[in-house]
Write a protein that binds this ligand. Structure first.
Ligand code: COA
Length: 294
């Protein structure tokens, strides 16, 4: 019988990095009102960063900003803007700089998604996701770059792994996230000489997020899904937050233009045809499938 698979531990960034590594720094995070982006903001604040969270719904933002301030002891302001609207973003940047005096770090995280086949995807539906994810990233870069240059800061963009394969029902998001990856690479090259770094985090399946709720099949067996991850469990928002803290920290000062998959190794299992993880934990159990050498 196969032994029980290992399950990766859960660790918060404060157990690894010093609590003051971002003291005096300011983060501008689109999509920061909820989910992965809110968790990344909270982690940055736990290390001394002040923050502005940007989104469309002011009520949700205001509540999140209050909670983040209470939890971390650092100030957080809500800044209402749709990332599709460059004027609103410019105002959000102005508000942030008036309040905190600078912007060091930017997370381009606002995104939209739903499942739909190309044949059922209207022109407006495709355009909407392109405008939120790709144009939204471009608009956020344009609105913040001069401040980030001045601070010799860094960007983290939230992408996905969908576009590494032909993921069905995700044409719009796949095209949009491929654009995000490309923008980050160009940003790294163009802005490197100005002292700015740019990297991408590509989350795998992350439990308890709006994205996962929207995209996973209702009633699907999450235990079964966890088994299909080499790290032995689904990801959670803290896993993504830890990666963001690393990317923004000086420990990553020589890392730019990269895409980091935070997926527990899931990407590499897409071609696995033998039962997993039983096949690696108990190779005898799959001996019948393996042809002997001639
Ligand atoms: N299937 C097919 N088309 C859909 C759709 C679905 N499930 N949901 C929206 N659309 C289409 C709409 O029908 C519309 O196209 P149409 O004018 O041809 O009918 C188009 O997409 C725009 O929809 P609308 O609701 O007007 O856009 P919005 O700006 O209010 O919302 C979305 C943006 C569509 C991305 C919406 O899903 C959203 O706000 N999501 C919240 C954020 C999110 O997705 N988070 C998860 C991140 S992983």
């Amino acid at each position: 019988m196969a032994p029980a698979p290992y399950v990766a531990s859960r660790t918060t960034s404060t157990q690894v990095f010093k609590p003051d590594i971002f003291a005096g720094k300011v983060l501008f995070c689109t999509g920061g009102g909820s989910g992965i982006c809110r968790a990344m903001t909270e982690a940055m604040m736990r290390h001394g960063c002040k923050s502005a969270i940007v989104g469309r719904k002011i009520d949700r933002l205001t509540k999140a900003a209050q909670e983040l301030t209470e939890t971390t002891g650092q100030p957080c302001i809500p800044a209402q803007a749709d990332v599709r609207d460059p004027k609103a973003l410019a105002q959000a940047v102005k508000t942030t700089v008036e309040k905190f005096g600078r912007i060091d770090f930017v997370i381009c995280g606002a995104a939209g998604n739903f499942l739909a086949p190309i044949s059922g995807l209207s022109e407006n539906a495709f355009r909407t996701v392109m405008e939120i994810d790709t144009m939204g990233t471009y608009n956020t870069i344009k609105a913040t770059i001069m401040h980030v240059r001045k601070a010799k800061g860094a960007y983290v963009h939230v992408s996905a792994t969908l576009h590494h394969n032909g993921t069905p029902f995700q044409a719009h998001v796949s095209a949009a996230k491929a654009g995000v990856d490309a923008l980050s690479a160009v940003l790294a090259v163009e802005e490197g000489p100005h002292g700015v770094r740019s990297n991408v985090i590509a989350p795998g399946p992350i439990g308890g997020t709006e994205g996962m709720d929207r995209l996973s099949v209702r009633g699907s067996d999450s235990k079964q899904r966890s088994m299909m991850v080499p790290a032995g469990r689904m990801g959670d928002v803290e896993d993504i937050a830890n990666a963001a803290v690393f990317f923004f920290s000086d420990a990553a000062s020589y890392i730019t233009g990269q895409v980091l998959l935070v997926d527990g190794g899931w990407e590499h299992l897409r071609t696995m045809s033998l039962p997993y993880p039983e096949a690696v934990l108990d190779p005898e159990s799959v001996r019948k499938y393996i042809k002997p050498r001639m």
